[in-house]
Design a protein around this ligand. Structure first.
Ligand code: SF4
Length: 188
């Protein structure tokens, strides 16, 4: 189970960092005790580890984690590719660089690459719109609405299949996917 802790600073007007983290930590303690593996994400670092250390952008969040989990070391703000920090049994911290969120106004690339959309992920927006991933919060790739059709039918619909089989050919058929920094980072 992933928690994107960077969303606190990414969201304008966020307040009460401690309260926000405490609620998550309390849930996570129970879930981990039941065998769930937890990953805290801080995907907001720059490419340069030295800059991250100098800016200390996540220090307040890390201090709360260090105290809550009784760590006898300070977590460094740096990206170690493919590696996370274990902070308690079944609980990890995963740091990474910030990626460019997909948006229609972003530059488009040649669309070559892959994404796990509709293979291992899909999302349902608050109004029932099904989209292929949680990055499409505006419902640009609107596949259908669960208030009108069953989910199983929606993910087998024409637009969904075009996206799915496009990625099987390593081709992003949707404009939003060709403008998606997540795909460009992790799916090329
Ligand atoms: S390529 Fe990006 S926008 Fe397209 S489905 Fe994947 S994560 Fe979502």
């Amino acid at each position: 189970m992933n928690f994107s802790l960077h969303s606190f600073d990414g969201h304008e007007g966020s307040e009460n960092r401690e309260g926000y983290l405490k609620e998550i930590i309390s849930f996570v303690r129970e879930a981990a005790a039941q065998g769930v593996i937890i990953s805290f994400r801080l995907w907001n670092l720059t490419e340069d580890n030295q800059t991250n250390l100098t800016r200390s952008r996540n220090r307040e969040t890390l201090a709360v984690l260090e105290e809550a989990f009784d760590l006898d070391f300070k977590i460094e703000e740096k990206v170690v590719p493919g590696s996370g920090v274990r902070i308690a049994p079944r609980i990890y911290l995963n740091q990474d660089h910030e990626f460019r969120w997909p948006a229609l106004h972003e530059p488009e690339d040649d669309g070559k690459g892959f994404c796990h959309a509709l293979r291992s992920q899909a999302a349902v927006l608050v109004d029932g719109t099904v989209v292929p991933c949680c990055l499409d919060g505006e419902g640009v790739i609107n596949l259908g609405n669960i208030h009108e059709r069953p989910f199983s039918e929606i993910v087998e619909g024409e637009r969904a299949n075009n996206l799915f089989y496009g990625f099987s050919r390593r081709e992003a058929v949707e404009e939003l996917c060709r403008k998606c920094g997540y795909r460009q980072r992790f799916g090329t």
